[in-house]
Design a protein around this ligand. Structure first.
Ligand code: MG
Length: 314
């Protein structure tokens, strides 16, 4: 009689462990992020390496990148996954501009490109000061239409003999602002190791930038009314993996991909809680019909979880 009882207890504990999709460091604050009855769902799988999720409001669907398979994929609420663009020149990060046009960072294309409404793909930026970009990684567009992106060296091949990146022309790995109206490109930060995900605060006075290189932290840059950038203090450092893609919610919390899934930080830099995934996440975005679904690209899979809060508008 004792044995079945033990089996029951073990089974119960195992199922509880599987249900533990979250870890709330600040429970009251976490309750404003994720509904109490929420569960993480794997909504698609079998990919190479997923990245760059962005919700397309006009179409009511998600696009995301499969970098090694050289495709941008499309996911609909009905659960269908189709090819959106292939080859994608190993597109990584994606976003939309205020006009709803898809803007993509191409690793092997070494450019930031915009999909026009007529279906043509136009180069926005592929060089800075006469040298090719490294491998643009992630991008966000301010409400004034300026395009801010990071350019680490992950997409360049490494020479096995010298350990150096092949074909690297830039003297560093910079964060850029590009103005499509004038065509001008400015390096706004040159002191990152591997700048990666980036996101504006809701009032667009701050730009958060993840450094997924040696520091594994997120820094905050201050944006003045005239567009000049200063500051760069560390907001938070991750304890599991490196910050890759990041998003800010409508109230200013910073949601970052991490080695254990997604970690949520307050604007004060304190950890609020975690969304735990079975695979390390590389990026995330808010979306869904009401803007209250968080989509997470994590290695071979795409996951989703309902949220209380929506994302910041840009
Ligand atoms: Mg990235």
């Amino acid at each position: 009689m004792k044995t079945p009882g033990k089996i029951f207890v073990v089974t119960l504990l195992t199922s509880l462990a599987f249900a533990a999709d979250f870890e709330a460091t600040q429970p009251a604050e976490f309750a404003h992020c994720i509904p109490a009855d929420a569960k993480v769902t794997k909504i698609a799988g079998g990919f190479g390496f997923t990245e760059g999720p962005t919700w397309i409001k006009d179409g009511g669907h998600l696009v995301f990148s499969d970098i090694p398979r050289d495709e941008i994929r499309k996911w609909t609420a009905a659960g269908a996954v189709t090819t959106f663009r292939a080859p994608s020149r190993n597109t990584n990060g994606n976003t939309t501009d205020p006009e709803g046009r898809l803007i993509s960072c191409e690793h092997s294309g070494r450019r930031v490109a915009r999909l026009e409404k007529d279906g043509t793909l136009r180069t926005l930026v592929d060089s800075f000061e006469g040298r090719k970009l490294n491998s643009p990684n992630d991008v966000v567009v301010k409400s004034d239409g300026t395009v801010w992106f990071t350019d680490p060296e992950y997409g360049l091949k490494t020479d096995p003999a010298t350990k150096k990146k092949v074909g690297k022309e830039q003297p560093g790995n910079f964060v850029y602002r590009h103005d499509p109206r004038t065509g001008s490109t400015t390096a706004i930060a040159r002191d990152f190791d591997q700048p990666n995900g980036l996101a504006f605060s809701p009032d667009e006075r701050k730009l958060y930038v993840a450094d997924s290189g040696k520091p594994r932290h997120i820094r905050v840059l201050e944006i003045a009314a005239d567009g000049t950038v200063s500051g760069g203090a560390v907001l938070c450092t991750l304890d599991k993996g490196a910050p890759d893609g990041i998003r800010v919610d409508a109230t200013g919390r910073v949601w970052t991909s991490s080695g254990d899934g997604v970690q949520i930080f307050g604007a004060d830099g304190k950890l609020i809680g975690r969304i735990l995934l079975p695979e390390a996440a590389a990026n995330l975005c808010f979306g869904g019909a009401d803007g209250r679904t968080l989509f997470m690209t994590a290695r071979t899979s795409l996951y989703a979880v309902p949220t209380v809060v929506t994302g910041a508008s840009r």
